[in-house]
Each structure stands twice: as C-alpha cells, then as structure tokens.
Design a protein around this ligand. Structure first.
Ligand code: RM4
Ligand code: MN
Ligand code: MN
Length: 418
C-alpha cells in the first residue's frame, strides 16, 4: 500500500495553500447562503466503486500496451484498488468481473480485501466471450440465443456469479450482454427480446432476496445492426417485466452522440428504476474515457438530477456508483484517482445549485436566470471542498502527486515485473 507518511508529507506541502483557497471559497459560498462545512461533510460521503478491470491497462482492437507492474491477478488488483482508496478515500469497494477475477478460495479473497479496507460492489457476469472448456459458444448470443441449451448455460453462469458475490458480501448482479445481430434478417427482433426476458426472469427468480439485478443497455458494438438491449426504453420495459429489484444501469458511454443522458436519468428516477451508473466519458461511442474528460458539464447535469432525487427521496434513493473505464494511455491508478476527483467535483457542484431559485425561474419561464443559476454552480471551483474532504478522511489533497511521490508503480514494476 502507499505509506501513510508519504500522504502526510505531501499534504503538508499543500496544506497552507488549500486552507487559503478553502477560506476564500467559504466566504464566497456564505454570500450565496451556503455553509461550506455542510458541503464538505456531504462531499466526504461520496463513494464510487473501482472496476477490477480498470486497474490494468486496457487495449483497443489494434493493440495492448501494458504499464510496468501491471496487476497479475485479482490480488494485485485489490492492492491497486486499496492504493487508490488510500489516496481518494472515496473508493471503498471494488466491482468484479467473472470469470476474469475468479479464484479458488473466495473467502480468502474477501479476507484479503477486508484487510485492506475494501468491500465488494456489484458483480459483473461475462457471456460476451467464450471461456476455455466452455460447452457452448456465445458467438450468436447468450441470454437471447436461439438454442435453449446456450441460454441455460448463460443463466447458470449468472447464478454462479451471484453465488460468488454472496460469499464476497456483494448485493448486486450486473448483466451486460453483447447479444444482437450484425445484419438485417440475421435475428428476429421480437423473438430475441422475448428469449432475453425469459432468461432474465429465470436468473431473477433465483437471486437472493436482498439482491438487485442491474441490466445495462448499450446501443451497438459488438452487434452493429441490432442490439437486444440497446436503450433505456427496452431496459425499462425489461425491468418492469422482470420484477421490482430489476433496475437499469446507465453507462454514460452507452449512448449515441447527442443523447440527453440526464433526461434518461430523470425518467428512470421517475420510474423508480435507476439502478446505478457506470461512470466514464465518451466522445463518439463506448469510448471508456475518463469521467469528466470530454464533457464535465454533462456529468454535472447528471449529478444535478441525482441531487434533486436524493433531496426528494432522502436516504432511500441510493443508486450504485460504479466506474467503468479501462484505458490505454494513462497509468490506471492515476486515471482512477483523477476520475474519482472529477466525480467528486461534479457531485459537489451539483450540491451548490439553489434549487428553490431554479424552480422559481423555471416556473416563471425565466430562461436566462434559470440557465444562469445552473451554470453558476457548475462554474464554481469546488476543488478546495473535495480536497478538504479527502484530507480530513486521511486521503491526499492531490492524489496523483502523492501517488507519484510514493513510488508505488516503480515498486510494483520490480515486484510484479513487466
Ligand atoms: C461493455 C459494458 C460492460 C463491461 C464490458 C467489458 O461495453 O460497458 O459494463 O463489463 O464492456
Ligand atoms: Mn459498462
Ligand atoms: Mn461499455
């Protein structure tokens, strides 16, 4: 892990500067009727799960360029996730992908993570690849496959993932399928959806009572003509059909360019079916870019909807915050720290919206003032609030600087090789 004194030393260098900026922001917010300490307290509660697949460097269709000291297995991945959490204090859980992260001794894995201060969030199944020794191929689909035997195999896999998750203390199964077709005529648009629903129902019926099922839509890729679960409309239909604990997972990158994602979030909230998020950012498609790197304003608008919902519903509104990124060019630990900071910033900015004022501008159709109110929150530099929340929780004022100062990557390169 990262030696605590490295974080302390790095923080000591930045503390005076942070205090000054924090004080200044405190005055500015006080003038807007906002108590900065209350915001810091809220910011300190923000948490998002790190994806196990996000701590290794990803690839494209064209190549893979591993970072030195890449995690070799799930235990190394847990170590990296623990390092991230030490720095941010906002990533207390990890989301696993099975079979990528499968181990023989699940109890030992849980213990290992717990010893490093980590728990487990939603479990992801994988029926978009074939595994060695697998009886039937998913080449032509999984939960929606025309052949019942293939569907049964995919159903059994999902249940196995849930069983592993139960041993780890997870409470949700997240299902993304690649099912669809690449050519018109290849598959029946209606029958494939029916088969998919049938499979989901079978999984749902055997999930533990306190588990939630997340279904994740995506418009295309690897199916390039038709995707069985392509959008939030189909996902909402499916959720209604399957049962109350079946909810929709919004991966921010799973929308065609121009889609109003915050509207989708608002609709899913209204339907009581927002399960959670896969945070990331995108420019063209499922780019898996770092959250907030392309369009931080969109991220803020999503958090604005979430803030409104949690004000209205209180503690019972608790969507899962998961990150789904895996990048090629950045050091994955730095990338996930940066992502978490960006999420914190968007979250805190959304807390600053004066919703009473906004509502009254909306009701009187004062377009200019309504937009200005929203933008005012977005444009506030809330860096000192998020940094203060991290510092007070024992994390780093500047996670990336502290990480670099720790020499963690160099040490892991020696240990793990590569
Ligand atoms: C998909 C989707 C899923 C992720 C896979 C690897 O595009 O985002 O969440 O598990 O990729
Ligand atoms: Mn995803
Ligand atoms: Mn994706």
């Amino acid at each position: 892990m990262i030696p605590e004194d490295v974080i302390e030393k790095e923080n000591a260098k930045l503390a005076r500067h942070l205090d000054a900026r924090f004080k200044e922001l405190g005055h500015a917010l006080a003038e807007r009727g906002i108590e900065i300490e209350a915001v810091v307290e809220q910011a300190g509660k923000f948490a998002a799960a790190v994806p196990s697949w996000g701590v290794a460097s990803g690839g494209t269709r064209f190549g893979r360029f591993p970072v030195p000291g890449q995690p070799r297995d799930i235990y190394d991945k847990i170590d990296d996730a623990a390092a991230i959490h030490q720095l941010t204090r906002a990533n207390p859980t990890v989301s696993l992908h099975i079979p990528w992260d499968q181990v023989d001794d699940t109890a030992a894995l849980r213990k290992y993570a717990r010893a490093r201060g980590l728990g487990f969030d939603a479990m992801n199944s994988n029926t978009f690849e074939d595994q060695p020794g697998q009886r039937y191929s998913y080449k032509f689909g999984s939960l929606s496959h025309t052949d019942r035997a293939v569907r049964e195999q995919a159903i059994a896999h999902n249940l196995e993932v849930a069983a592993i998750g139960q041993k780890l203390g997870s409470r949700a199964l997240s299902i993304w399928i690649a099912d669809g077709s690449c050519f018109p005529g290849q598959a029946s648009l209606s029958a494939s959806f029916e088969r998919y629903l049938g499979s989901l129902k079978k999984i749902y019926a055997r999930l533990p009572n306190d588990w939630t099922m997340f279904i994740e839509y995506k418009p295309f890729e690897p199916a390039f003509y038709y995707t069985v679960l392509a959008d939030w409309g189909a996902a909402l239909m499916a959720a209604h059909e399957v049962g109350p604990r079946c909810k929709v997972l919004v991966d921010l990158g799973h929308h065609l360019p121009g889609t109003n994602v915050e509207m989708i979030v608002a609709r899913l909230i209204a339907a009581g079916r927002l399960g959670g998020f896969h945070f990331n950012d995108n420019k063209y498609a499922d780019d898996d870019l770092s959250a907030g790197s392309i369009d931080p304003y969109r991220l803020f608008r999503v958090f604005h909807e979430l803030t409104l919902a949690s004000r209205a519903q209180g503690r019972k509104f608790r969507p899962a915050y998961l990150i789904d990124q895996s990048h090629l060019l950045k050091d994955p630990i730095e990338e996930l720290c940066m992502t978490t900071v960006e999420l914190q910033l968007a979250y805190v900015q959304a807390l600053l919206v004066d919703n009473e004022a906004l509502e009254s501008y909306q009701n009187s159709n004062d377009v200019m003032m309504a937009e200005t109110e929203l933008k005012k929150a977005f444009k506030t530099d809330v860096g000192p609030v998020a940094a203060m929340a991290r510092k007070r929780a024992g994390g780093a004022i500047n996670p990336i600087a502290a990480y670099r100062a720790s020499g963690y990557r160099e040490k892991k390169a020696k240990e793990r090789g590569g």
